[in-house]
Design a protein around this ligand. Structure first.
Ligand SMILES: NC(=O)c1ccc[n+]([C@@H]2O[C@H](COP(=O)([O-])OP(=O)(O)OC[C@H]3O[C@@H](n4cnc5c(N)ncnc54)[C@H](OP(=O)(O)O)[C@@H]3O)[C@@H](O)[C@H]2O)c1
Length: 330
């Protein structure tokens, strides 16, 4: 039985005004797919990269990579979900900005009863990212309780989850953020130190906090504006973990700089490598569900927009006007 859905799509890349609400047909799930009806949809900075064309996709493009809702139909071969299940996901291909969709089941996880739809929609992409960064993206010398790590944009969606999770792991997270209020928020969520990188020199502050030693790892999603400073915050053999470009992509660089700054390591990580199998997705999701249901990590939803107000939601995110997570409500 075919039905229709509202869907936020772009027909060409550009600003928030390129996002329009179309009506699209939604059919039955094929092998390995499910149909899910959303109760809430997660907003992520990656949606901006896809809208502007920084990340390439075929057009027209239905945006969105995170959501939560109820499974309405299950395709052949899907064994981990059944009709009526509450579920949430972070997944490729994009398309979560809608009422209902058919999608690959691989990254769709059953949502524990204790987690509501809004929390589920807000936490999957950002929480799984914090998971793989703190647990699987580690310096060669390892991370021990008490170690310092530097985490940029610490009051954002991924950032506030990382602050809490790092504290639960015993790490001293030094967070940067773009205002004093955001710094206070990062501290209230478990950051050991916070630096307003719009008014303070974050390299000097990190050196002072670490008694001149530097940190073992920098988690950098800001990109262009913080790249060089981040390298200067690392101690010898430290790891530069780049995972985003909120200020623009990092410029090409000569590897010799890594030797000059202390035999550093650099990696560019993406969640989608980590969740490329059902088993890996579920293992990471189980870890995330455990820290959320135990209360160690609280998912803070500071902005809620109607799906039809998606342009305003993107404008807020790009203007650095948001904190914590943002969701769209269908
Ligand atoms: N590779 C991956 O697997 C992966 C997965 C998820 C997210 N990410 C990346 O992680 C970052 C956080 O994602 P999110 O969805 O949680 O977003 P977010 O952190 O809630 O929002 C982005 C934040 O980046 C900071 N920022 C610094 N310079 C900026 C600029 N020129 N323009 C806009 N923002 C700027 C702002 O915080 P301040 O005002 O405090 O500076 C802003 O609030 C993004 O860069 C995203 O692409 C990567």
């Amino acid at each position: 039985m075919s039905q229709s859905s509202r869907a936020v799509r772009i027909h060409r890349t550009g600003g928030p005004e390129e996002m329009v609400i179309d009506t699209v047909a939604v059919g039955e799930p094929g092998p390995g797919q499910v149909r899910i009806r959303h109760h809430a949809i997660g907003l992520n900075f990656i949606d901006v990269y896809q809208r502007t064309g920084l990340y390439n996709n075929p057009l027209p493009l239905q945006l969105g990579m995170e959501g939560a809702g109820v499974v309405e139909a299950v395709g052949e071969g899907v064994t981990h979900l059944k009709v009526g299940d509450r579920a949430a996901y972070a997944a490729n291909p994009p398309g979560s900005y809608c009422d209902v969709r058919v999608m690959p089941a691989m990254n769709v996880c059953k949502l524990p009863d204790a987690i509501d739809f809004e929390t589920g929609a807000a936490m999957m992409l950002k929480g799984l990212t914090a998971q793989y960064l703190l647990k699987k993206t580690r310096p060669v010398e390892g991370l021990e309780p008490g170690d310092f790590v530097l985490f940029h944009a610490a009051a954002g969606g991924v950032g506030l989850i990382a602050c809490q999770w790092a504290k639960a792991l015993g790490l001293q997270l030094i967070g940067t953020a773009g205002s004093d209020d955001k710094c206070a928020l990062a501290l209230a969520h478990g950051a050991a130190h916070a630096i307003n990188y719009r008014t303070e020199n974050f390299v000097e502050r990190v050196k002072a906090i670490t008694a001149g030693k530097g940190v073992k790892v920098v988690y950098d999603s800001v990109g262009k504006d913080t790249w060089e400073g981040s390298l200067d915050c690392l101690r010898p053999f430290g790891l530069m973990a780049s995972f985003g470009n909120a200020s623009g992509p990092v410029a090409p660089f000569a590897p010799g700089i890594l030797g000059a700054k202390g035999s550093l390591y650099v990696t560019r990580q993406t969640l989608f490598t980590h969740i490329s199998s059902r088993a890996a997705t579920q293992a990471m999701a189980d870890d995330l569900f455990a820290v959320v249901t135990s209360g160690q990590v609280k998912i803070r939803i500071d902005q809620r927009f109607a799906l039809t107000d998606v342009q305003a939601a993107h404008r807020s995110l790009e203007a650095r006007a948001t904190t914590g997570c943002t969701i769209l409500l269908p």
